[in-house]
Design a binder for this molecule. Structure first.
Ligand code: ADP
Length: 248
């Protein structure tokens, strides 16, 4: 019998800033197709963990392996992106003066020369890909609206769509539902579930209601370390987690 291999395996990872260990011997294993939530109090090291996975910061100790055991610990950020790890930060980075459709078109073609792409005639295959992506992020009816005119939630979905155009295997999202209305939050949860049919997603999240609704597995960090891992129920009923984090 073969058991599935993890898509990402972080072992004993430490990230130090001037001697201060923001991440301190952290272990994290992700299986393909997981929607994993990374939670913990402010300063626990969650964002730094995403930073070290995408190569924005380098580990001072430990090893990170992606896919077929590729050691990404020392790789540059763009090399890691090319291998298939996409990172979305809290603030959306979209081109506000371009339409939603054009934003997706650009993100599909980053290695073809950005502006040349917009001037060129788009192939039918590429057009169909964009239309499918618009449908997935629920923005078909907004395709020809300037991205600057979108609501906060729509901007976040557009950016997620732009990342998906690059076909990442692993998607890292930092607080995707911050500032969203309840309806937008629910749509985002459904979108994440849809994405994980094909990809693996890690979400750093503070909105516990959102985590409760969509998490199958939760990783709790505290002081740069793994505190607890399990279902939301297991995590919530853990006395130490309650003490350091949930506050009740
Ligand atoms: P979280 O996302 O869980 O709130 P962070 O990963 O943002 O935590 O931060 C963990 C700790 O590391 C915090 O104490 C933070 O101040 C510190 N930290 C994060 N980035 C840097 C940096 N570039 N330089 C110095 N300290 C940092």
């Amino acid at each position: 019998m073969t058991t599935a291999a993890p898509i990402l395996s972080c072992e004993n990872v430490t990230v130090a800033f001037d001697g201060f260990k923001a991440v301190n011997g952290m272990d994290l294993k992700l299986m393909p197709g997981e929607l994993r939530f990374l939670i913990g109090p402010n300063g626990a090291g969650k964002t730094t963990m995403l930073d070290v996975i995408c190569g924005k910061v380098k580990p001072s100790a430990g090893v990170l392996r992606f896919m077929e055991d590729v050691d990404i610990s020392r790789k540059k950020e763009y090399e890691i992106a090319e291998l298939g790890i996409g990172r979305k930060f809290q603030a959306p980075s979209i081109f506000v003066g371009l339409t939603v459709y054009e934003n997706l078109e650009l993100s599909m073609s980053q290695n073809r020369g950005v502006w040349a792409t917009l001037r060129a005639t788009i192939s039918k295959t590429d057009h169909m890909r964009i239309m499918r992506q618009l449908d997935m992020i629920g923005l078909t009816h907004r395709a020809h609206v300037a991205a600057g005119g979108l609501s906060h939630g729509e901007k976040q979905w557009l950016e997620i769509g732009m990342m998906l155009m690059q076909e990442p295997t692993l998607l890292l999202l930092d607080e995707p539902v911050a500032g969203m209305t309840d309806t937008e939050t629910e749509k985002t949860g459904e979108l994440l579930q849809e994405i994980t049919k094909q990809r693996t997603v890690v979400v750093v999240e503070h909105d516990m209601e959102f985590v409760r609704s969509y998490a199958t597995k939760v990783t709790v960090m505290h002081e740069g370390k793994l505190l607890k891992e399990g279902t939301m129920l297991e995590v919530q009923s853990d006395a130490v987690v309650s003490e350091v984090y949930l506050g009740h």
